[in-house]
Design a protein. Structure first.
Length: 68
């Protein structure tokens, strides 16, 4: 899940850079759909965070079972 989250985050980050570029270049802005793709950055962060928490929980379970 962490890898998938990282990939989604990177796609969102690239979309953000592409969407902000017309502001600096003085060209016409992109349609609203392009700004919606930028939200993938936050979604990717949440997916990666969930993967980290899931990994932590699995390691705790493994440590508890090894302790017994």
């Amino acid at each position: 899940m962490v890898r998938i989250g990282a990939i989604v985050f990177i796609v969102g980050a690239i979309a953000t850079l592409i969407t902000v570029a017309p502001l600096f270049l003085g060209t016409d802005p992109f349609p609203s759909v392009a700004y919606a793709v930028c939200m993938l950055m936050g979604v990717g962060f949440l997916i990666a965070g969930a993967g980290v928490l899931r990994s932590i929980a699995a390691q705790r379970r493994q440590a508890r079972s090894a302790e017994r």
